[in-house]
Design a binder for this molecule. Structure first.
Ligand code: GLY
Length: 346
C-alpha cells in the first residue's frame, strides 16, 4: 500500500494532480448535507469531463449500511466502472463511508479524499481505514483501502463550527501524547485561538503517515493510534444507542483522560503526568458525567470492541507523555473498578 500521497495545500494547487489522476474517466463525488458547498468549490476548481454527485445526510447516525447501499446503487445506476473515480468531500464520516463503498464496489475502484474537517485532515482521511457502524458498534465493518490522493486544504476550516474544530483537535492531542513530548509542550502552552492549524495539520499528517507506513494493517505499532479510543468508541456507541449525538473527538478526549488515569493506576506513568494530561484535556473539553450503571453499559460495549482478543479488553496506554504501549489487556471487571475510581477520584 502506498500512503505517500497525502498533501496539505490548497485545492487549486492540486487541481492538476486531481485532473491527471481522474483523466477522462467518470467522477463520483460523495458529500454530505454540510459539505455540499465544499463539493461545489471542487467542481469549480477542477474541470471534470463527466461528474455525478450524491449527498448523504450528515451525522454519525448515518454512517451505516443503508447509506453504503445508497452509494453502491448510485454508482451502479450511473454505470460506474473499474476505471472511474470516487472523490469524497467531507469529514471523517464521508471519508470512511465513501472509502468503504469505493473499496467494495466491483471489488474496488480508486478514490480521492478531500477532507473538510480537522478530524478528517489529521486522522480519518489518512491511512486507509474505511468503514461504517454496525448498528451502534463503531466502525465494526471495514476495510483497509487507502485513497490514491488526499488533499487537505485548511481553507475549509474557516467555516467549520468551533465544536467541530475542537473535535478534530482531540486527535492532534492524541498524536502528541503517543509520540512527541515537544509537540505536547507546544500545544499545551498556547491557547486554542493562537494555534497555527496549517502547522498542526502538517505535524499530524507526518506523524500518522510515519506510524501507518510501518504497520498499515494494524498488526502492531499502529495500535498506538487507538489511545483514548477503547473508551471513546464505547461512549460513542452508548450515545448512538440513546439516539444522542456526541462528537468523536469529545468522546476520544474523555477516553484519553480515563485511559491516562488507567496508565497511572497501572504504574506506567506518574500521578503528576496523569494530572498534567487530565488538566489540559479538561481545559478544552467538558468532562462527560457517567453514572455507575452507564459504566457497566460502556464496559459491555468495550467487550465487543474489534481490537479485543479472548475475553479481555485491549487498551493502548501511555508509558510517558510522548510514548505509548499497546496490547495491554484488562478484564471487564478490572475496567469497571478503574472507571469507578476515576469518577470518584479527587
Ligand atoms: N484512527 C486510527 C487509525 O487510523 O489507525
Amino acid at each position: 500500500m502506498n500512503f505517500q500521497n497525502v498533501q496539505a495545500g490548497s485545492l487549486i494547487e492540486f487541481s492538476d494532480s486531481i485532473q491527471q489522476l481522474v483523466n477522462h474517466n467518470k467522477v463520483f463525488i460523495i458529500c454530505d448535507s454540510n459539505t455540499e458547498n465544499c463539493s461545489t468549490i471542487l467542481e469549480d476548481t477542477v474541470q471534470f469531463k463527466k461528474s455525478f454527485k450524491i449527498t448523504i445526510e450528515a451525522g454519525e447516525e448515518n454512517k451505516n449500511i443503508d447509506q453504503v447501499l445508497k452509494i453502491w446503487t448510485f454508482l451502479n445506476n450511473n454505470k460506474a466502472n473499474k476505471n472511474d473515480w470516487i472523490i469524497n468531500v467531507g469529514g471523517g464520516m464521508i471519508c470512511d463511508l465513501g472509502g468503504f463503498a469505493a473499496s467494495t464496489y466491483k471489488r474496488g475502484i480508486s478514490f480521492i479524499n478531500i477532507p473538510t474537517s480537522l478530524l478528517g485532515m489529521v486522522d480519518a482521511a489518512i491511512g486507509g481505514k474505511t468503514g461504517f457502524n454496525l448498528h451502534t458498534l463503531k466502525n465494526n465493518i471495514g476495510t483497509f483501502y487507502p485513497a490514491k490522493l488526499v488533499v487537505c486544504d485548511a481553507v475549509f476550516l474557516k467555516t467549520l463550527p468551533e465544536d467541530e474544530l475542537e473535535s478534530g483537535f482531540a486527535e492532534v492531542i492524541k498524536h502528541a501524547l503517543i509520540s512527541d513530548y515537544n509537540f505536547w509542550t507546544q500545544i499545551k502552552n498556547q491557547s486554542f485561538e493562537d494555534y497555527n492549524f496549517r502547522d498542526i495539520i502538517n505535524f499530524s499528517i507526518n506523524h500518522k503517515l510515519n506510524i501507518v507506513e510501518k504497520d498499515p494493517k494494524e498488526n502492531g505499532s499502529r495500535k498506538k493510534l487507538n489511545f483514548g479510543h477503547t473508551i471513546g468508541h464505547a461512549l460513542e456507541s452508548h450515545f448512538l444507542s440513546l439516539n444522542k449525538t456526541i462528537f468523536h473527538g469529545f468522546a476520544v478526549a474523555q477516553g484519553m483522560a480515563i485511559e491516562a488515569y488507567i496508565s497511572y493506576k497501572l504504574n506506567y506513568i506518574s500521578k503528576e503526568k496523569y494530572t498534567e494530561i487530565k488538566e489540559f484535556i479538561f481545559s478544552i473539553y467538558q468532562p462527560i458525567a457517567i453514572n455507575k450503571i452507564e459504566i457497566e453499559t460502556l464496559v459491555g460495549f468495550m467487550s465487543n470492541d474489534k481490537k479485543n482478543e479472548n475475553t479481555k479488553i485491549n487498551f493502548t496506554l501511555l508509558d510517558d507523555i510522548g510514548s505509548a504501549v499497546y496490547d495491554k489487556y484488562i478484564s471487564a471487571e478490572g475496567i469497571v473498578n478503574l472507571m469507578h475510581d476515576f469518577y470518584s477520584y479527587d
